[in-house]
Design a protein around this ligand. Sequence first.
Ligand SMILES: NC(=O)c1ccc[n+]([C@@H]2O[C@H](COP(=O)([O-])OP(=O)(O)OC[C@H]3O[C@@H](n4cnc5c(N)ncnc54)[C@H](OP(=O)(O)O)[C@@H]3O)[C@@H](O)[C@H]2O)c1
Length: 297
Amino acid sequence: MKIVMTGATGGIGLEAAQRLVSDAATRLTIGARTPDRLPGPLRGRAEAVALDLASLTSVRAFAAAVAERDPIDVLILNAGIQNVTDAKSADGFELSFAVNHLAHYLLVRLLLPRMAPGGRIILTASGTHDPAEKTGIPPPRHIDAARLAWPHQDPDLDRRRMVRGQRAYSTSKLANVMTARELADRTGDTRPDLTIIAFDPGFTPGTGLARDYPGPSGLIFRFLLPLLVKKTDRVSTPQNSGRLLAELATDPGHAGLRGRYMAVRRQEVVDVPPSAVAHDAELMAQLWDNSAGLVGL
Ligand SMILES: NC(=O)c1ccc[n+]([C@@H]2O[C@H](COP(=O)([O-])OP(=O)(O)OC[C@H]3O[C@@H](n4cnc5c(N)ncnc54)[C@H](OP(=O)(O)O)[C@@H]3O)[C@@H](O)[C@H]2O)c1
């Protein structure tokens, strides 16, 4: 089985990748910022190809390199960041929207023709995309691609840097959910064989996701919260969410899901409805078309 994956070098993705390569029949290609420095458990067991999702040029080069190889059975788009520093991508877009959404949107568009019959595409999203989840992260207010790419054009932009960074993150994750759903819709006639899933790993402290947070917050998220946080319905661990991501990628029981939102609840994945906005067909079509414009398709 040929698997291509982003975000396999740390956190949830590394846990998933280790499980995937434990099957000798799996050939895993990882898009990595530093391909010559794969984490120990993956060295010699996975192939790494240079990919910086903060650059559309790099995304195109990665897609071209991968497209030359065998057809892809599973495409896992798991990389993600929470940029709370107002940083921009190489293309001048707000960094979380650029890395989490635009880069993966472009990758999926470029690699779609290389998907093997019966292939799977998984986009890692987040419960933060849904205001009803009340995760503590400010939820999305709109899904206007241009205002998300260039937030200074947004008249309602949050004043506090932390709040606008976190809201940019939750909104990029809404874009992941909507991309999965719109992709399923648009390929209904041409690629009905594909399984297309948006995955919410649940609240999963212990990863590097908060690394850009000010002061010790990133370290607290990585090392202290896993010890302190109570195991509620929506709390998981990197090991458990990695296990579930690997299962979504390979378990025959998950084949045939089209645009479904699979979320971790009580340590297992369940098929739950995404937010109300992620049911709005017009907004999903607009996001798709406007994202195409931003990435130059
Ligand atoms: N942790 C949670 O509570 C939680 C909750 C819901 C959803 N999620 C989602 O789960 C996914 C994995 O996050 P995580 O918590 O495991 O975080 P993590 O430990 O920080 O892992 C993030 C991964 O993304 C990669 N990445 C980041 N920026 C990149 C770039 N510009 N180009 C290429 N790769 C890049 C990282 O690579 P490097 O090794 O190069 O940094 C790393 O492999 C994300 O999509 C996140 O939004 C996490």
